[in-house]
Design a protein around this ligand. Sequence first.
Ligand code: PMP
Length: 395
Amino acid sequence: MTNLDKFKNSIAQTSDAPMGLEISHAEGPYLYTTNGKRYVDFISGIAVSSLGHRHPKVIEGIKEQINKHLHVMVYGEFVQKPQLKFAELLTSILPNKLDQVYFVNSGTEANEGALKLAKKHTGRSKLVAFKNSYHGDTHGSLSVTGRDVYRDPYLPLLPDVHFLEFNSFEGLEDVIDDKTAAVILEPIQGEGGIIPSDEKWLKEIRERCNDSGALLIYDEIQSGFGRTGKMFAFEHYGIAPDILCLAKAMSGGMPMGAFVASKEIFEAFMYNPPLNHVTTFGGHPVSCAAALANLNELLSGDYLEKAKLIEKKSKEKLKGKGILEVRGKGAMLGLQLESKELTQKVVKQCFSLGILLGWTLHSETLIRLAPPLIIEEDLLNDVLTVIMMSIEQHS
Ligand code: PMP
């Protein structure tokens, strides 16, 4: 049996066509396979390794921490320096009212926690979400994910969730009301096809939330930590949330998620009863040490500029027959092609030429472009040239 056969045999499969790359190691923008091939990781493990693979500063932070301690106690009982230092640094770069952090282990857990927090803080249960959103695969997050094919097999999900059209004003006035605990949205929809929200629409939602007492939750699990050319996507709009959900690129390739809100909102987790929302591994000291090193590096380098350069070059170069649009911000881009066939051919050919691309969950005609922010300009240009050649050849 080959390792691929063994993989298919012993690891639960999530599709019948896994890529099946057998990874030997990964460094910077590259993945290396056991058969000696090298791939440019142009999707950064789906927006995770924004500083590339094994960034030296992240590795250093991890090594320092593993020499001190691993897990020591469930969340909230002990003072752990890596958590503390990272939370302080993170809140120092966020708006004042986002001044406390709750650490979890993944994106979907961050959203779960945020939804529960909003319900407990407001004493309400109604939730408002948007079509084509993606918030994760646990029951709560799936309940606010706006795509029926993923929801239907698991019904019934949470009751009292109302879906509105993304970027449409219709229903905002009526649906966001004094029974609403929270409105949850991605400032730039990721799996929905890299769709930035409209500024006026976001402002209207913020106002409806203020008027009705509903909390506004931003899911920045994919768009956070520099990917869009700002540290957080909401900075493009200047409209802050009440709860901010983070994960993916936060910890340089280690598993971690977080949701950030004000002390006043977080009080709901302290009382009636105490310990009403806890986690064993959330805020793991090694992940926090990695996240601290990752954020310090992001803040000290020219990574945001690089994200903007990636947007500029991609929008300049990817033009012509077969291409409908390149949309998105910074290094969170979607290349909209005219057909599913063309998309498949281009992804397949680039793969055979050593470039890893991908699509988004809810679209079959969009190629996701999410290179790491450490990518050198020459490599970026080379990859864009290959993608362009492939599109020209197949359209
Ligand atoms: N929210 C968004 C916007 C995401 O892109 C993702 C992952 N693609 C999630 C939530 C879920 O994160 P995780 O896979 O870490 O649970």
